[in-house]
Design a protein around this ligand. Structure first.
Ligand code: NAP
Length: 302
């Protein structure tokens, strides 16, 4: 039986693997210490709220793990569960309530929303001061300008993961696969900013000669949503590979009947990469810890 935790492969030296879970745990301890200090001073704990509309299984699991993470660092968490047939107006009413609720420091709206709700309109109605997911145009604009803001959780987690693993980005060629608003585009911006100083190429479904481009990368960030897409012959020997993808693949040989894979063919690519993030146990835990970090910042800014 395969384990459900951090990817194990006896052929891959462990020092090649970027252990996102261990790094996220260390960050959680730092956040917990700051929360404890706030409580000692008589302040309330930072409060993260989540809105979830409908019964999507993956969304439920994700929100549950955020709640657990909040409690593990001493933060307050609340979840607003709304049925799938909730109207856009009802959702906007709740958003307006949370925008003005003094007790809530930050909140997230779990995506995707049911099709009858206009996602753009909903995101635009979030108070940017409480937008701990960093999805509002206001925070995206500030990110682009390199000004203090709530950075989107997954790319912020990737930047921290690279920093804490001793991966130098300055002057390196980073190739990003995928240009989504939540991962590919913001990570390209963040890594090319002053401070990170990488030279970034961004690829998407219309990119031609993709393997030729990926083979030039010193650091590859793969966020295309296709299981096991990146193969070893697409990677320059010694490159660092960050796998953002998460896929549940049916597998009757495992206890749960499925296994989790990323966008990277880990077993093959790990042989040529100098460092690689596993799935699970790589980028995923960093995403949640970034959200906790943003919630702490929201409380401090108040
Ligand atoms: P997305 O919105 O589906 O975007 C995928 C991107 O990949 C698009 O820009 C698309 O190009 C590009 N693409 C698709 N096929 C391609 C190909 N053959 N060659 C080159 N580019 C291609 O994905 P996302 O939301 O960024 O998510 C990507 C993956 O990360 C998913 O597996 C998701 O579940 C996972 N994820 C994980 C976390 C985490 O915390 N670990 C967080 C967010 C997402 P076009 O723009 O041209 O269509």
């Amino acid at each position: 039986m395969k384990s459900g935790g951090l990817k194990q492969n006896n052929m891959i030296p462990q020092d090649k693997i970027i252990d996102g879970k261990a790094i996220a745990d260390a960050m959680k301890k730092e956040i917990a210490a700051e929360v404890a200090e706030m409580l000692d001073k008589g302040m309330d704990a930072p409060h993260l709220a989540a809105i979830i509309v409908g019964e999507d299984g993956a969304s439920q699991t994700y929100v549950a793990s955020k709640e657990k993470a909040c409690h593990s660092v001493g933060m307050t968490s609340s979840v607003y569960r709304m049925p799938a047939n909730t109207s856009e107006e009802e959702l906007l009413k709740l958003i307006s309530f949370l925008n003005n609720d003094e007790e809530v420091d930050g909140y997230i709206i779990q995506l995707p929303l049911p099709k009858h709700i206009n996602e753009t309109k909903v995101i635009h109605s979030i108070n940017p001061k409480k937008d701990v997911d960093g999805f509002t145009p206001f925070n995206i604009g500030l990110m682009q300008l390199g000004e203090p803001c709530f950075l989107p959780a997954t790319p912020a987690g990737i930047v921290e993961l690279l920093k804490r693993s001793g991966v130098e980005t300055a002057g390196k060629h980073v190739v990003v696969l995928g240009r989504s608003n939540i991962v590919g585009t913001p990570i390209s911006v963040m890594l090319s900013r002053k401070g990170a100083d990488a030279t970034v190429t961004i690829c998407h479904s219309r990119t031609q000669n993709l393997p030729e481009i990926t083979r030039q990368a010193d650091i590859l960030v793969v966020a295309i949503g296709k299981p096991l897409f990146l193969k070893a012959d697409m990677v320059k020997p010694g490159a660092v590979v960050v796998d953002v993808g998460i896929h549940r693949i049916e597998d009757p040989t495992t206890e749960k009947g499925y296994r989790i894979e990323g966008d990277v063919d880990f077993d093959e690519v790990a042989k040529v990469a100098s460092k690689i993030t596993p799935v699970p146990g790589g980028v995923g835990p960093m995403t949640i810890v970034s959200l906790l970090y943003n919630t702490l910042q929201a409380k401090k800014r108040k």
